[in-house]
Design a binder for this molecule. Sequence first.
Ligand code: AHR
Length: 324
Amino acid sequence: MKKISALLMLICAALLLCACTGEKPAAEEAAPIVIGFSQLGSESSWRIGNTKDMTEAAERAGITMMLKDGRQKQENQIAAIREFIAHRVDVIVFSPIVEDGWDNVLREAKQAGIPVLLIDRIIQTTDDSLYAGCIGADFYLEGRNAGEYLLKKADAMGAKELHVVEITGTEDSTPMRQRMKGFHSVVDGDSRIVTLESVNGDFLRSRGRECMEYLLKKYDGEIDVVYSHNDSMTLGAIEALEAAGVKPGQDVIIITVDGEQAAIDLLKEGKINCVVECTPMLGDEVMRLCTKLAGGEKIVKLTHPVEQVFTDFDDLTQIGPRGY
Ligand code: AHR
């Protein structure tokens, strides 16, 4: 009996103290937001920069982030999403490696009442209610920007015919589909631009080099332009060109997408002619959207970051450090 009264007195004292200081008892304090982030892999500097940015942004926002690396496989990402559902995270965030085949697992997330935020890439679905929103680049516009640069360059050179080879990103991914579509929507109507071949480099530097070696062998001396869907593949392609004694940026026009530091440095050196920006720095905005979703608020369905184009027509002295 004595023990119970002592305990009651202690509880009363704690409640009184909280009332005086205005603080909530620990048990009532809002639990931190927990998100599950399924990153698709680590194929490029862009991706590594994006993972780092997400990790740092979560820390800044006081959000606990469970991070799973999909290692370039859709099945790993699906398994990660199922784990996040089992953990009952507040929000599921993921970068879909390809566009198709997500409906089943997203239906499970919906049934569990967990909102889903897509980052970087989109999915194809007949049921848009399976995700709350998406934040990522306008890849179609990036492709168009690359094409518009090429037409401007052709005008400036007074070119009669330019032979293009294209090194594309991961098959059936949003950036691969949209960067290809956007570019061709601009250049295909111009009789000066002839696309020799599009080959798949999977966004990897090693594959970029292999693709370029193959193309150089097949189209010996005929290539005027390389349009590469990301910087990592471009860096590999440049290695192959230089090994073959071809001067990138001079003998062959190089157009790339992303804007990592190494690509900007090569643009300044004259080895790349055009860098279409795709920013990996999405973290702060992702955390802001996750906070809203965790609070039960609605968010805009699609958010695109503002992006630039850096070319050999521009003053390049003002480009700041890229951060990745
Ligand atoms: O989805 C964005 C693309 O994926 C980036 O352009 C590329 O570098 C990355 O691997």
